[in-house]
Design a protein around this ligand. Structure first.
Ligand SMILES: CC(C)(COP(=O)(O)OP(=O)(O)OC[C@H]1O[C@@H](n2cnc3c(N)ncnc32)[C@H](O)[C@@H]1OP(=O)(O)O)[C@@H](O)C(=O)NCCC(=O)NCCS
Length: 180
């Protein structure tokens, strides 16, 4: 598996405008699927990103010039580290960058005594649900969602994101998944 040239490190304040560019570029992957609401969604503002960086819950994967090419944001939801966002620039996709970011999130969560990694995602988009399943995540039926996850799903439904099939997923933190 190819690793990003510069590895994964915590995000700094100076990285945040680049993260917005990455989110906008990564979102464009949804346009050919007719998921315009997702493709055209505005990226998070610097004000929204700043608390993640300050709390050490934003990670970037950087190129050889230390410029971010992918990033991941974590929230703590109930007993889990929740992946609020993971995005990789399409011109750097499929090189293991997303996986490296997710494994860094898993290490962070384990180090903070959390029990699982969670996320919400589209079940029918190849680089969403099926990809996360390959990384060891499993779908959670609504009755297995924790109160915090249920609240996130309620907000997503209210904002129209469930126009396409969407679900919560969880991965226990016993250890990394085996390679395919
Ligand atoms: C999800 C995402 C972060 C993965 O990043 P990545 O660095 O490409 O991921 P990895 O290199 O670790 O794994 C790539 C795997 O994703 C899947 N995948 C990625 N792009 C794909 C595509 N265009 N078509 C089909 N599968 C795709 C495949 O399983 C692929 O494995 P393969 O290359 O061995 O076939 C990236 O695709 C992305 O930013 N997507 C847009 C934003 C998004 O959907 N974010 C998640 C929801 S918040």
């Amino acid at each position: 598996m190819t690793r990003p040239a510069g590895g994964v490190r915590p995000a700094r304040a100076s990285d945040l405008p680049v993260l917005q560019e990455i989110e906008r570029a990564a979102g464009s992957l949804f346009a050919p699927l007719g998921m315009d609401l997702v493709a055209d969604d505005d990226p998070s503002s610097v004000e929204q990103l700043t608390p993640y960086a300050r709390a050490g819950r934003a990670f970037v994967s950087v190129d050889g010039d230390d410029r971010p090419v992918g990033y991941l944001l974590l929230d703590v939801i109930d007993v889990a580290a929740h992946i609020e966002q993971v995005s990789v620039r399409p011109d750097h996709a499929r090189q293991g960058i997303g996986r490296a970011l997710i494994e860094r999130a898993a290490s962070w969560a384990s180090a903070h005594g959390l029990q699982a990694l969670t996320l919400t995602t589209y079940t029918g988009v190849p680089w969403n649900g099926p990809y996360y399943e390959r990384l060891g995540f499993r779908y959670l039926s609504p009755d297995k969602e924790t109160p915090g996850l249920r609240a996130i799903r309620d907000r997503e439904r209210a904002s129209g994101l469930d126009a396409w099939p969407r679900a919560s997923m969880s991965r226990g933190l016993a250890g990394p998944p085996a390679d395919d």
